[in-house]
Write a new protein. Structure first.
Length: 223
């Protein structure tokens, strides 16, 4: 009886400290048992619109969710959460190129420079440009303005070379925490990236973290 009483009290007490849904924000436990992808999209969009996150990354996610909502009204689509808006082309079957893996836009932002590389789905580079290639010298290469102009320059070259017809899906890969990280994200959300923004299907962070590793350099002593 004692064991049964303890077990009963534990099972009845799960409701007091278990996962619960508060407002429009949903925990990971509730998301894993969601009935459909539209419910997950509605919960995420509500969390972003609630004013709790105003970072550039949330703006990019908000643009991706809005693109999916607009496309779902005009055509029957799959349940992929971040699938971009693509036409059905008169009811015919989509070409096999749309079903291929996405292109990758690598944004490597360091303390001293910003590098942006566009690659094919098989990781072969199409173009690779750094802040020094657009006439930024020395310390100016790591500034916010250099990262913004570099991202605008890359997006302009993508349109000039006619690469938009080849890019059906795009994955943005962020690496590093330099000033160019936020600058490139802002450029993608601005008017410069209006043709690429709807093709983004995934945003990943490839920043390298050291677990142990070699000894760090000694801190600088100023003054």
């Amino acid at each position: 009886m004692a064991k049964y009483g303890i077990a009963k009290s534990l099972t009845s007490g799960l409701g007091s400290f278990g996962w619960r849904r508060t407002g429009r924000r949903t925990s990971y436990f509730n998301r894993s048992f969601a009935t459909s992808s539209s419910q997950r999209a509605e919960d995420d969009q509500g969390a972003v619109e609630g004013g709790r996150d105003t970072s550039p990354m949330s703006g990019l996610v908000r643009a991706m969710v809005q693109t999916k909502d607009e496309s779902s009204r005009s055509a029957t689509r799959s349940s992929n959460y971040f699938e971009p808006a693509l036409p059905i082309m008169g009811g015919r079957n989509l070409p096999s190129s749309i079903l291929q893996p996405p292109h990758h836009l690598h944004i490597y932002a360091t303390k001293h420079n910003t590098h942006i590389t566009l690659t094919r789905p098989n990781r072969q580079p199409i173009m690779s440009v750094a802040a020094g290639n657009i006439n930024f010298k020395k310390a100016a290469r790591g500034s916010y303005d250099a990262g913004y102009q570099l991202a605008s320059y890359v997006m302009g070259r993508i349109q000039e070379q006619g690469l938009l017809s080849q890019i059906y899906k795009l994955e943005v890969v962020l690496r590093g925490y330099g000033a160019g990280r936020e600058a490139a994200t802002k450029a993608l959300l601005g008017s410069e990236g209006q043709n690429l923004r709807g093709r983004v299907v995934r945003v990943t962070d490839a920043t390298r973290l050291k677990f142990g590793g070699t000894r760090s350099p000694k801190p600088r002593r100023l003054g």
